[in-house]
Write a protein that binds this ligand. Structure first.
Ligand code: IDC
Length: 313
């Protein structure tokens, strides 16, 4: 049984924890797609079933770039329709196999979500209406705000987008990115969003770049009861490349586990980069074997296996 089959619709409680309708805490673990337009082939039901049954993941994140590589905001009408179709395929596949699914508005080169907020408003109106009856859908409204983007900007944006989603669903949790590539959760903690309570603040780390200083920031926010979710992490450096640093990765996992905060690994692709889950010469789109997997992917699957063993013992 998957976590969604067991726990159903989740919400954020008064203590800032993601819980089910009985108040039981649920931490979500899984993978993020690479950009949907770059690697659409992995958005298929067979692979989602494989992830759910063989890898026992709980969640798949659909990363839809807004600006880069045929992103939603830079392409034409046909490109947008294609991306909406891919999201539809992803949401339906996830639902059929009992996975939670995150619809991620993946800002990155467009560093401030206010840049394309009109298009975001339109997009979230479409998807929240379309999926309002799906208990497994979660909305992530801005992946990684970065240069020249303050928490105030993000808050302004969130206060515009959240009511649009809430027109269609009271239940879906909403994840909000934070300044400096989703690291400055302390900024959000100082001035949290008050118009909605079913929210979590997004935190990202790349273990070979981000270390004690950033862990201290995470810890402080967690101690303050800020609802936190790690919708993206890598074992390598922040470029998605370089060497894996599993020692630092283990330290991050211990910290997140300590606060029962879930985490999602970047990325599902065979791109020639350290953070990719599959080897560059592997063309499969499901049914992966050990030899097809990158070192980071193998490490993460072991982390998930250890979790399950701990739970059973
Ligand atoms: C990276 C991809 C890489 C792609 C690049 C585009 O791994 O293939 O060329 O984006 O700009 C993030 C971002 C995520 C990045 C990733 C690694 O959310 O989009 O993906 N990363 O750089 N934040 C920190 C690291």
């Amino acid at each position: 049984m998957t976590k969604y089959e067991k726990h159903g619709v989740l919400h954020v409680n008064a203590k800032g924890k993601l819980v089910d309708h009985n108040g039981e805490e649920v931490a979500l673990y899984g993978f993020s797609s690479h950009g949907l337009s770059w690697y659409p082939q992995y958005i298929n039901r067979d692979f989602f079933e494989f992830m759910s049954e063989k890898w026992h993941v709980d969640v798949i994140r659909l990363a839809m770039y807004t600006d880069e590589e045929n992103g939603y905001c830079v392409g034409d009408e046909e490109n947008r329709a294609g991306l909406l179709d891919l999201i539809d395929r992803g949401v339906k596949a996830a639902t059929e196999v009992g996975l939670y699914v995150i619809i991620d508005w993946h800002i990155l080169r467009d560093s401030n979500p206010l840049i394309y907020s009109d298009m975001a408003a339109e997009f979230f109106d479409i998807v929240a209406e379309r999926y309002h009856a799906y208990g497994n859908v979660i909305y992530e409204i801005c992946n990684e705000p970065n240069v020249n983007c303050t928490w105030k900007d993000i808050k302004t944006y969130a206060e515009e987008i959240i009511p649009i989603i809430r027109k269609h669903t009271k239940y879906a949790p909403i994840f909000v990115g934070t300044p400096t590539w989703s690291q400055d959760v302390d900024e959000a903690a100082k001035d949290p969003i008050t118009i909605d309570k079913n929210l979590m603040y997004v935190f990202h780390f790349y273990a070979d770049t981000h270390r004690d200083e950033l862990r201290a920031k995470f810890k402080a926010a967690a101690e303050n009861g800020l609802p936190l979710i790690i919708t993206e992490f890598g074992c390598c450096d922040a470029s998605g490349a370089g060497d894996n640093n599993f020692e630092q990765s283990d330290m991050w996992i211990r910290l997140a586990d300590n606060y029962n905060v879930g985490y999602i690994m970047w990325n599902i692709s065979n791109r020639d980069e350290t953070s990719a889950s599959f080897k560059p010469d592997c063309d499969k789109t499901t049914g992966f074997e050990e030899e097809d997997l990158s070192e980071a992917c193998k490490w993460f699957l072991k982390v998930l296996e250890d979790h399950r063993e701990k739970k059973q013992s």
